[in-house]
Ligand binder design. Structure first.
Ligand SMILES: [Zn+2]
Length: 394
């Protein structure tokens, strides 16, 4: 997995001028080569790079532009078969590889990171100053490596350099329980320990920002999802189980539904959680969601009548709980059976098992008291190998 970070370019007019010139050159050349490669037959486009004799013979930058053009043509041929119009490259950006720039860690009063970049002349270099930001430093300290490629890009009249990081490989953690998470766009995210995350804020935020447009994907809802994913990973420090995404489309839904959920980034939270968990060595597994909110997690009785809106009551054993918590618990139970993880379940579920004298269909349990709004600070002290599901941990 690759991380990318955008760093602001702090340079004087002269240097910005150089970047502008390079971007114009890049744009011209990419379009020139797209024109050229557009006629290439499909079998030839299977290659990763254009054949040597068709690559730019001029400067190294032209060579890279030709590779970019090749990839553009290739991706369009692969994705949109039958597109007749030739693509046109209009972005203000260009990419450099290791032969055309170097990173310099050199600290002055204001700047602590420099890129010595190609200046457009043979052998010429310009030094462009940057400031490392918190997240970049965080990953560098964790042993991530900077990739040997950089992209300069103009966004809203400001120049940025996009750098790529390869995080250090983390071993998957062993002996960690699994928390089931039910992502629901009316209740937010609900987990199998009984926490409902973010419900009110989520709805309010969505209402407030429903009609706004955001550039560069800086949607406040996405930012809120980012925060939530981070909180979940930091709170539980364990594996996560999610539903396999089979819904998440708006087709065939009522007009009200489509209007209310107009600009929700479907699947974004799940993807974000996956990324962040992997970086820490936790697994994210997906289970079949069929019937998760209609099945009783205590006795296993499945019926559509068990659920009434947000309220779940088992028609067989009488177990009561919030419907999404039941869904999340079932997700955790399915994941634990399939992957041999211990499920984290709410106290209420474990107590019900005890009361009914039911031997749960699993080997291990980690039972935690469901906190009211935020999980308690001592949640992490819960022994992940806690077998006695009737004792309260923490
Ligand atoms: Zn039941």
């Amino acid at each position: 997995m690759k991380l990318s970070y955008k760093l602001k370019v702090y340079a004087n007019k002269g240097k910005i001028g150089v970047l502008e010139t390079l971007a114009r050159f890049w744009q011209k050349k990419v379009n020139y080569y797209i024109n050229f490669y557009w006629k290439a037959p499909d079998w030839e486009l299977k290659l990763n790079k254009p054949p040597k004799e068709f690559r730019g013979s001029g400067s190294k930058l032209e060579n890279l532009a030709s590779v970019k053009a090749w990839q553009t043509v290739k991706s369009i041929r692969n994705k949109k078969r039958g597109q007749k119009d030739k693509p046109v490259f209009r972005k203000d950006e260009f990419e450099l590889d290791e032969t055309l720039f170097t990173f310099e860690n050199f600290t002055t009063k204001e700047f602590d990171f420099w890129i010595k970049s190609y200046s457009g002349k043979r052998g010429g270099r310009i030094a462009i100053p940057f400031k490392k930001h918190r997240r970049l430093n965080y990953w560098l300290n964790k042993g991530a490596r900077l990739q040997k490629t950089v992209k300069f890009k103009k966004v809203n009249n400001n120049w940025y350099a996009i750098v790529y990081l390869q995080p250090k490989k983390v071993k998957t953690k062993q002996n960690v329980p699994v928390v089931g998470i039910d992502i629901d766009y009316t209740n937010g995210a609900v987990d199998s320990a009984g926490n409902i995350w973010f419900d009110k804020e989520w709805v309010a935020l969505r209402k407030r920002t429903k009609w706004r447009e955001y550039k560069n994907g800086n949607n406040p809802l996405k930012q809120a999802f980012n925060r939530l994913a981070k909180t979940l990973v930091n709170t539980y420090r364990c594996h996560f189980a999610l539903e396999k995404l089979n819904f998440k489309g708006k087709k065939g839904r009522s007009k009200k539904f489509r209007r209310d959920y107009k600009n929700l980034p479907y699947g974004y939270l799940a993807r974000r959680l996956e990324t962040l968990a992997h970086l820490e060595g936790f697994q994210v597994v997906r289970v079949n969601p069929a019937g998760t909110s209609q099945t009783c997690p205590v006795c296993g009785f499945k019926s559509r009548e068990n659920r009434n809106g947000d309220y779940f009551k088992c028609k067989d054993c009488g177990f009561k709980n919030q419907a999404d918590v039941v869904g999340a618990t079932n997700i955790a139970l399915r994941a634990s059976l399939r992957y041999r993880f211990q499920p984290v379940v709410a106290q209420a579920v474990a107590e019900e098992w005890g009361r009914q004298g039911i031997q749960p269909p699993l080997e291990y349990f980690a039972v935690c008291t469901p906190p009211q709004s935020r999980p308690p600070a001592d949640f992490r002290r819960c022994d992940p190998l806690c077998h006695t599901y009737l004792t309260t941990c923490g």
